[in-house]
Design a protein around this ligand. Structure first.
Ligand SMILES: Cc1cc2nc3c(=O)[nH]c(=O)nc-3n(C[C@H](O)[C@H](O)[C@H](O)COP(=O)(O)OP(=O)(O)OC[C@H]3O[C@@H](n4cnc5c(N)ncnc54)[C@H](O)[C@@H]3O)c2cc1C
Ligand code: FES
Length: 295
């Protein structure tokens, strides 16, 4: 099923559903037992999931959390149409066919120990994965996480104990799961959710960057996943502050293993603009290569 270059790195597993929890706004967190995928997934990897025997095409979902010891992986998804609608009715004990982990992950640069992680909507999962893996690595990493959503966040949210001077006075809350790991986070939403900055994730990003010294700002590496307009705005922030930036793209996918060229996007390379496959050449790309400045 997978093409030759991915044999041995992408696994096909019959994954047992362990948990399926519904959150407001037709959002679901799904945990499945997929030990090979759990062992090898990296932050930014995704899996191609058979939602139901009645739905012929798989659906790509980012991997949000893994437990390599217990062999589970977790997804967060919001129902868009038929496929994810069927997925939401799968119950603990059901088997799902999972193909993964797929794709190039986010690349962490120890020379820039202040990653700024920005997730919007269903782009939140890979950013949580990056944050938790930095926590597990320990060392000098000092990530700051910004999450944006127009739906209630599908995680416990609490008033932050980790102070961050210079941010909008409305932005008082962060994700409890990150607070427990001493990772500061702040939330943005136009929906008037309590404790959230009423505006865009990029407002908070600019406020935080403005509050850093020049030396601290030189240590920042931006990583983002979310809707395309958000990624374009994040790429602009990176340009304005002359910072490196990686973005994870979404495209319609059929095979998800590089065989069909159904997911190609134009990417700037040293040889000029080339069509690259989001599934295996991405989904993570350098922001400057996929969102060049408007001519
Ligand atoms: C790498 C990657 C990671 C993703 N991670 C997540 C995630 O963590 N959580 C989440 O909720 N969503 C994620 N998505 C988007 C998700 O795959 C689509 O929303 C989903 O396929 C829609 O399926 P549906 O059956 O609900 O909708 P339908 O509209 O019924 O889908 C119809 C067809 O369109 C395709 N399609 C529709 N929207 C998209 C889209 N945005 N991207 C790719 N294919 C699409 C489907 O694969 C299917 O073939 C990701 C997409 C990609 C490419
Ligand atoms: S989906 Fe087939 S090449 Fe990417």
């Amino acid at each position: 099923m997978t093409n030759k270059s991915h044999r041995g790195t992408i696994f096909l597993e019959d994954a047992r559903v362990l948990q399926q929890v519904e959150h407001p706004g037709r959002q679901f967190i799904l945990r499945v037992h997929a030990p090979k995928c759990a062992r090898t997934a990296l932050p930014g990897s995704f899996a191609h999931v058979t939602c139901d025997p009645a739905v012929p095409m798989r659906r790509p979902l980012s991997i949000m959390r893994t437990d390599p010891e217990d062999g589970w992986i977790e997804f967060l998804y919001k129902i868009v149409g038929e496929g994810l609608g069927h997925l939401s009715s799968r119950r603990p004990g059901d088997l799902l066919s999972i193909l993964g982990p797929i794709g190039n992950p986010f690349v962490l640069n120890p020379g820039r120990p202040r990653p700024l992680l920005i997730g919007g909507g269903v782009g939140i999962p890979p950013m949580l994965f990056v944050a938790e893996s930095l926590h597990k690595q320990g060392g000098d990493w000092q990530p700051f996480v910004i999450m944006g959503s127009e739906l209630p966040f599908p995680f416990p949210v609490q008033a932050s104990r980790l102070s961050l001077p210079g941010l909008s006075a409305q932005a008082t809350h962060g994700l409890a799961i990150l607070e427990d790991q001493q990772i500061p986070s702040r939330l943005a939403s136009w929906s008037g959710l309590p404790g959230c900055h009423k505006g865009y994730v990029t407002d908070l990003a600019r406020q935080w960057l403005d509050g850093l010294s020049d030396e601290e700002r030189d240590q920042v590496d931006i990583m983002a996943c979310g809707p395309t307009p958000m990624l374009r705005a994040v790429a602009q922030v990176a340009r304005d502050y002359a910072l490196p930036c990686q973005v994870s793209l979404e495209e319609f996918m059929a095979c998800a293993v590089g065989g069909c060229a159904g997911c190609t996007v134009p990417v700037n390379t040293a040889e000029g603009v080339m069509m690259k496959r989001v599934c295996v050449d991405g989904p993570v790309f350098e922001a400057r290569d996929v969102f060049p400045p408007a001519a």
